[in-house]
Design a protein around this ligand. Structure first.
Ligand code: ZN
Length: 199
């Protein structure tokens, strides 16, 4: 065990977004990751549900676009060689948790890798909608949230991560990913209650 210090990164006390140009991305809040009995449980994920609900309320009230990602694997998927079997298409574990179920008019992006842009239509929809800013929450912070944030930032989208609405398997992983997002992508780290709609 080595101890390292997390370098300082800014936690923004308030982040104002233009709801017409911002999308809320809820990453992989599926039973296998979030709920007791899930095959790849992130113990801290369930506690983020109320925070994500708060962000969903803000987005829905202000007319922001909402996108859910849904990690989706089938027999023979090489990810099951890295991780235990998880989110088999059609299974209970694959479903997004009931508490924050997508509405009919909200986009659900089924993805096969950590990056929600890879092999999906996400980029297309964000362009069609004229989105320049993403508020990204969900799980796992240093895996699918991180690689989606990275992929967004490489496309010059603004990235905002409310740290209390994301979760990881280990505090180091969470801090490492937030620091990277702040330091490398000039992303803004904040809290879910600090995300506000521009007046
Ligand atoms: Zn997966």
């Amino acid at each position: 065990m080595r101890n390292v210090e997390v370098p300082e990164y800014e936690i923004h006390e308030e982040v104002r977004v233009d709801p017409t140009k911002t999308a809320l991305i809820v990453v992989d809040m599926q039973n296998d990751f979030v709920k007791e009995g899930g095959s790849l449980l992130v113990p801290d994920a369930e506690a983020t549900i109320p925070k994500i609900k708060g962000l969903l309320d803000l987005a829905r009230e202000s007319g922001m676009k909402v996108v859910f990602t849904q990690d989706t694997h089938n027999e023979g998927d090489p990810e099951w060689e890295i991780w235990p079997e998880h989110v088999r298409e059609g299974s209970w574990g694959w479903r997004i948790v009931d508490e924050i179920a997508p509405r009919e008019d909200e986009l659900v992006i089924r993805k096969v890798r950590y990056d929600a842009f890879y092999g999906t239509h996400l980029d297309h929809y964000l362009r069609v909608w004229g989105i320049d800013t993403l508020v990204i929450c969900g799980t796992v912070a240093n895996i699918c949230v991180h690689y989606t944030a990275a992929s967004a930032a490489l496309r010059w989208l603004e990235v905002i991560i409310p740290r209390d609405a994301t979760s990881a398997l280990d505090p180091f992983d969470l801090e490492a990913s937030l620091r990277q997002t702040s330091f490398l992508f000039a992303g803004r780290i904040t809290s879910s209650e600090s995300v506000k709609v521009a007046a």
